[in-house]
Design a protein around this ligand. Structure first.
Ligand SMILES: Cc1cc2nc3c(=O)[nH]c(=O)nc-3n(C[C@H](O)[C@H](O)[C@H](O)COP(=O)(O)OP(=O)(O)OC[C@H]3O[C@@H](n4cnc5c(N)ncnc54)[C@H](O)[C@@H]3O)c2cc1C
Length: 436
């Protein structure tokens, strides 16, 4: 069988810092006919977590297929923040479900954060876990709103966020930009590509298969068996799970048209040496209270990973560097002339309701999609729920039927999302200038 490198280069030129710091691995491709009980299309964290959930429940006859390789999509090229919650914000979740149900569903994402950490320890995955956690920094100097939010989250969701008052913020991050902050206990940040490749290795060791370089071009079902067609072979399976993130819209249009692929960008600086510790005395991962927030975190080799922006467009590494340089200067003016050594982007997938799209079609196809910008915990949670359902218990999965795969509006929907982003960006700017 021919091998294939794990590369996310298609559509986004330029190697990521994650690829540059991960031992390259070769994975088999699909050739001839493979048979398995469960086939998963897409080796992002939603697909890999589903396979992990199955393997841990004793179902090892599973094959995960990817066009490129594990983590080549968003799951191996993201900010590396591992924290609780959905893309839909917590207040909106409470409004839709009431505090009791929202508390349960939010609690599941907190359990998923713990599960990610447990698996990293259990399987000794070397993925640079940093326990300093995640800090939400207030951009607008509005202590009342921030503290009110923390109180509400605790009372209604049982979700603890530890206040960091404005005088204590310099112990975490030294920027004139911020007022107070909220620290999320239990959260952490890590190297997402090494994490997902580590999980892929666990699946293989348990007797499952992970294959790369094998885009699924078409699929159909006859006599209760699925047939997935790749370029050099095919896979036959009893159950199939679609976990293609924001990277495919053709394989199953009735489901995938419920998704809008949305881009976000990351750049990584040259090593900063002691300067990094001066700017960030605690190695927390930071994001802020704007709709269009920055997200950044220190890396073990004293670089700063800087992310931000939401867009409907893929951009060149040079354009991403320019945008990130502008953003970084506003927070850390001393980094005005800093050199970025890596820059890349990735596609996330969003549904209109901003919740994951999970379930099973009448023809038997399972789907786990639409994790937006909050994907590490939610994909892991979804993997657990898919594995539970595939082994006979769909109680938790059924909770998500209230967010069905509704058409996302095609090109007009994309334009609407871009417009909404610009409006929110303008609102952030007005609030920053004039308060309120
Ligand atoms: C730049 C960036 C920063 C982010 N930062 C964070 C963060 O810090 N914390 C956080 O929680 N979330 C973050 N996210 C979101 C998170 O990464 C995603 O929500 C999550 O990884 C989605 O996982 P997935 O498995 O659904 O999709 P993906 O990881 O995109 O995986 C989909 C896979 O399917 C494969 N595929 C597609 N079509 C086919 C086909 N026909 N045949 C075979 N394979 C196919 C692709 O190659 C891909 O590997 C970020 C996202 C981006 C892009």
């Amino acid at each position: 069988m021919a091998g294939s490198m794990n590369s996310g280069a298609d559509r986004w030129p330029g190697a990521t810092w994650y690829e540059a710091t991960t031992e390259p691995r070769r994975f088999d491709r699909v050739s001839g006919t493979r048979r398995c009980r469960v086939a998963v299309i897409g080796a992002g964290l939603s697909g890999i977590a589903t396979a992990m959930g199955l393997v841990e429940r004793g179902e090892t006859n599973v094959c995960v297929l990817d066009s490129n390789g594990p983590g080549a999509g968003a799951s191996g090229r993201n900010g590396g923040f591992v924290f609780a919650g959905y893309s839909l914000d917590n207040d909106a979740l409470i409004k839709q479900l009431g505090a009791n149900r929202a508390r349960t569903l939010h609690g599941w994402t907190r359990q998923a954060v713990t599960l990610i950490r447990d698996r990293i320890h259990r399987y000794a995955i070397d993925c640079q876990v940093n326990d300093a956690g995640v800090l939400l920094a207030d951009w607008f100097g509005d202590d009342d709103s921030l503290n009110g939010f923390a109180r509400r989250m605790h009372e209604q969701l049982g979700f603890r966020l530890d206040p960091v008052d404005r005088h204590s913020m310099p112990a975490y991050v030294r920027s004139e930009r911020y007022g107070a902050g909220l620290h999320e206990p239990g959260s952490f940040h890590f190297h997402p590509l090494r994490h997902i490749q580590g999980l892929a290795g666990v699946i293989e060791q348990a007797g499952g298969a992970v294959v790369a370089g094998s885009p699924v071009r078409s699929m159909d079902i006859a006599n209760g068996r699925w047939r997935l067609r790749c370029d050099d072979g095919e896979v036959e399976a009893e159950e199939v799970i679609l976990a293609t993130g924001g990277y495919d819209r053709r394989l199953c249009p009735p489901i995938q048209r419920a998704l809008q692929p949305v881009a976000t960008y990351i750049a990584v600086t040259e090593p900063l040496g002691d300067l990094l510790g001066e700017l960030m005395p605690k190695p927390v991962a930071v994001y802020d209270t704007r709709f269009a927030f920055d997200y950044y975190r220190p890396l073990p080799d004293t670089r700063l990973l800087w992310g931000g922006r939401i867009s409907m467009a893929a951009r060149s590494p040079a354009a991403i560097r320019r945008l990130m340089a502008r953003d970084i200067r506003r927070v850390f003016p001393t980094l005005g002339g800093i050199r970025f050594e890596h820059a890349w982007g990735g596609w996330m997938s969003y549904a209109r309701h901003q919740m994951p799209v999970l379930g099973k079609r009448p023809d038997g196809l399972w789907y786990t999609l639409a994790f937006g910008g909050h994907g590490m915990a939610t994909t892991t949670l979804a993997g657990e729920m898919m594995a539970e359902a595939l082994t006979g218990n769909d109680l938790r999965l059924r909770e998500f039927q209230r967010w069905p795969p509704r058409w996302a509006g095609g090109a007009a929907g994309r334009a609407a999302i871009q417009g909404h982003y610009w409006v929110c960006q303008a609102r952030d700017w007005l609030r920053d200038r004039f308060g309120g």
